[in-house]
Design a protein around this ligand. Structure first.
Ligand code: C2E
Ligand code: MG
Ligand code: MG
Ligand code: MG
Length: 292
């Protein structure tokens, strides 16, 4: 009987593996087509000052609605893109799309905060990453100062020393660099000293447990203290409750980001959040009187 149950279990497992592998394969092909057809959307999640709730930035995030698979979560399609290598093209598309949006906002005389773009380790490791980044900025006539790159700790592996050169070049273009999902990835902190990192993003897994788990409180406090000591900015991600917000506010200054404030919104909705040039009243429409 045991043998029979064992075999049954194996068959189930095997079937499940096949389904996963099939879906993966189909999604991989569909994603390639979506990327070529520009069927991905960029949405923008606001970041706010924990205390004043002033808008301090946006994070650009990719969204994919497939005609065959419906909404596919970034968790799933990013993993697939990392796997098949298309993450590199995706990251360049997002950088280009964000720069195009920045130049539209500028034409409309709006004053967007810094926009953060997630960049995979695979992209950062491309030999021509710096050159392509420069080309994208130049093409859209956008200053590097309007962009931040979010890199994970694992993107900086295996050799942070090797990345330091390209990060210094990127910094010289005016971009800032933040470490995403901080606290989940890398066991040594010494690299923080050697890399031009402006901001640490406290991972949502700690934020979720704030005021619930003493350990999470201690980790968050340690990250905040370390960022301060190293003269870095802090963003807490995944803030969902008022209790978490209070904990963070009391330990500010910092920026907060999470569903408590806003989920990622369309480019149009993000536009509506932007302050305008003081000489213009209506969004994008110049006051005739200011020209006389
Ligand atoms: P991330 O960069 O750490 O982005 C934060 C993720 O947390 C986003 O998920 C965001 O929608 C979600 N989030 C924000 N606030 C809350 C909250 O209060 N509660 C919860 N439960 N979630 C919250 P999303 O958009 O699904 O993206 C997942 C990950 O996929 C991102 O994590 C990022 O690593 C990656 N990703 C998304 N778009 C891109 C992209 O264009 N390029 C690259 N390389 N990676 C991307
Ligand atoms: Mg991010
Ligand atoms: Mg994150
Ligand atoms: Mg993440």
């Amino acid at each position: 009987a045991a043998k029979k149950a064992g075999r049954g279990t194996w068959e189930c497992y095997s079937q499940a593996m096949t389904d996963v592998a099939t879906r993966h394969l189909l999604l991989s092909g569909a994603f390639r087509e979506a990327l070529t057809a520009n069927d991905l959307e960029i949405v923008y999640q606001p970041k706010y000052d924990a205390d004043s709730l002033a808008l301090t930035g946006f994070e650009a995030l990719s969204r994919w609605t497939s005609p065959d698979f419906g909404n596919v979560s970034p968790e799933e399609f990013i993993a697939i893109a990392e796997n098949n290598g298309l993450i590199v093209e995706l990251d360049y598309k997002v950088l280009g799309g964000v720069c195009a949006q920045l130049s539209r906002w500028r034409a409309a005389r709006l004053l967007p905060p810094k926009i953060a773009v997630n960049v995979s380790g695979r992209t950062l490791q491309q030999a021509d990453f710096y050159q392509r980044l420069r080309d994208i900025l130049e093409h859209h006539d956008v200053s590097g100062e309007s962009l931040e790159l979010e890199l994970t700790e694992t993107a900086l592996l295996p050799q942070p020393e090797k990345q330091a050169g390209v990060l210094d070049q990127i910094r010289a273009l005016g971009l800032t660099i933040s470490i995403d999902d901080f606290g989940t990835g890398y066991s040594s902190l010494s690299y923080l000293q050697r890399l031009p990192v402006a901001t640490l993003k406290i991972d949502a897994s700690f934020v979720r447990e704030l005021s619930v788990s003493k350990d999470a409180d201690a980790i968050a406090e340690a990250i905040i203290a370390m960022a301060r000591a190293l003269d870095m900015g802090i963003v807490a991600e995944g803030v969902e409750s008022e209790q978490q917000a209070r904990f963070l506010r009391e330990r500010g200054p910092m920026s907060v980001q999470g569903f408590l404030y806003s989920k990622a919104v369309s480019a149009q909705a993000a536009t509506d959040m932007l302050p305008g040039d003081a000489r213009h009243t209506d969004r994008g429409e110049a006051l005739l009187s200011s020209q006389s």
